[in-house]
Design a protein around this ligand. Structure first.
Ligand SMILES: CC(=O)SCCNC(=O)CCNC(=O)[C@H](O)C(C)(C)COP(=O)(O)OP(=O)(O)OC[C@H]1O[C@@H](n2cnc3c(N)ncnc32)[C@H](O)[C@@H]1OP(=O)(O)O
Ligand SMILES: O=C([O-])CC(=O)C(=O)O
Length: 375
């Protein structure tokens, strides 16, 4: 008898081709357009990676300078969007602010002959931090902040500056920049696939990104970084963490930030983020959170063979950057918009409607009872 492959959740199914990244390809590190994430995380910036993904090549220094200036000029929000952000509830999930903001911007600056997908990709990556922090600061203390912050030249620098109201340290900017790079792109993950399905109908760019944000938000995907932080915060010592995680495993509860559909022997982004987390923990004089995280990692590996994914140590990194937990998944949105944009362009370059089949498991054909004949 041939063994039946488990394809539920489309596990193991190849659903198309991509030239953007290599996930779980034996003998290949995770690369974006052929460049190792290790090199990109240590020696490039998020803006370079955005350019690489969207335009297909690494920018030269003058091209990068021009692109940075362009992105800075795209940080301002239209007045109508500011009004919407002011009307949205202060209690909203910040991911929903970006989802709504993206959709609203699509009505104000629609895709068309004078505004193509490349331009909108830059616009969204440049103004998502502005949307988020304009909404946040307005509802926190009624301040209508200036979002351009020209002297803070990178997305990471501008984000931390708008959040804190003071210039972040070079180490903090570098750490956030590396985290954004590591979250930028990841083949046919659920949110990227969502974007591709949406634009395969010839829908517009904003619809694709809005749908991607909706798919990323769930805790089995991008939302796991916030869930991982909540898990970490339950324990103040490694021993407490070990006892707590053992109880969770007995109850068959999932530890968020662990496991992966494709990587069964570890997510290559996790060790890079762990090294950053360790550096930030040392800088902060931490003796609790990092050791707790490490104990959880060791225990889940020895007990369940589970490795941390990108969401686990990114939560630790963001925590040491003093970023509130509710902004972790929005940061993932900002970073992944670059990958989504590149996939939308790739899908459109060789488009065919994405429409799979389903095996029917419902009732056999049966007589239709009129309304008064039903029990
Ligand atoms: C950016 C990203 O999207 S990375 C992923 C972020 N998501 C998370 O961190 C959420 C926690 N992890 C998970 O839920 C899963 O590992 C997923 C969703 C990422 C991958 O799921 P799948 O490939 O469908 O694996 P599945 O959920 O079937 O797990 C296989 C087995 O490992 C177990 N397992 C997987 N992940 C975990 C976990 N985090 N904690 C405990 N057990 C786990 C499952 O319970 C299952 O055990 P069983 O065979 O005894 O029933
Ligand atoms: O690839 C996946 O399924 C999830 C993931 O790690 C990502 O989107 O970065």
């Amino acid at each position: 008898m041939t063994e039946q492959k488990n394809t539920s959740g489309l596990e193991g199914i190849t659903a198309g081709e991509t030239a953007l990244s290599t996930v779980g390809k034996e003998g290949l590190d995770l690369t974006y357009r052929g460049y190792s994430i290790r090199d990109l995380a240590s020696s490039s910036s998020f803006e370079e990676v955005l350019y690489l993904l969207v335009y297909g090549v690494l920018p030269s220094r003058p091209e990068l300078d021009r692109y940075r200036n362009l992105l800075i000029s795209l940080r301002d929000l239209p007045p109508a969007l500011k009004t919407i952000l002011e009307q949205l509830p202060p209690t909203a999930n910040p991911v929903d602010i970006l989802r709504t903001g993206c959709s609203a911007l699509g009505t104000m600056e629609p895709e068309g002959e004078d505004r193509d997908a490349h331009a909108i990709a830059g616009r969204l990556c440049a103004c998502f931090p502005s949307m988020l922090l304009y909404w946040h600061q307005f509802h926190r203390d009624g301040r209508r902040i200036e979002t351009r912050a020209e002297e803070h030249r990178t997305v990471a620098d501008q984000f931390l500056y708008l959040l804190r109201g003071e210039a972040p340290s070079p180490l903090h900017v570098r750490a956030l920049d590396a985290a954004l790079i590591l979250h930028a792109e990841h083949e046919f993950n659920a949110s990227t696939f969502t974007c591709r399905v949406i634009v395969s109908t010839l829908s517009d760019f904003y619809s694709g990104i809005t749908g991607g944000i909706g798919a990323l938000r769930g805790p089995l995907h991008g939302g796991a970084d916030e869930a991982a932080m909540m898990l970490l915060e339950r324990f103040s010592t490694p021993d407490e963490a070990e006892a707590g995680i053992r109880k969770m495993l007995e109850k068959k509860e999932k530890a968020m930030g662990f496991g992966h559909r494709v990587y069964k022997k570890g997510d290559p982004r996790a060790p890079i983020l762990k090294a950053l987390a360790k550096q930030l923990a040392q800088e902060a004089g931490d003796r609790s959170l990092f050791p707790v995280a490490e104990r959880i990692e060791n225990l889940l590996l020895s007990e369940k063979g589970l490795y941390p994914n990108v969401d686990f140590y990114s939560a630790v990194v963001y925590h040491f950057l003093d970023i509130p937990t509710f902004f972790f998944t929005p940061l993932f949105v900002i970073a992944r918009t670059s990958g989504w944009a590149a996939h939308i362009l790739e899908q459109r370059a060789n488009n065919r409607l994405i429409r799979p089949l389903a095996t029917y498991i419902g009732p056999a054909p049966r007589p239709f009872p009129k309304i008064d004949e039903r029990g």
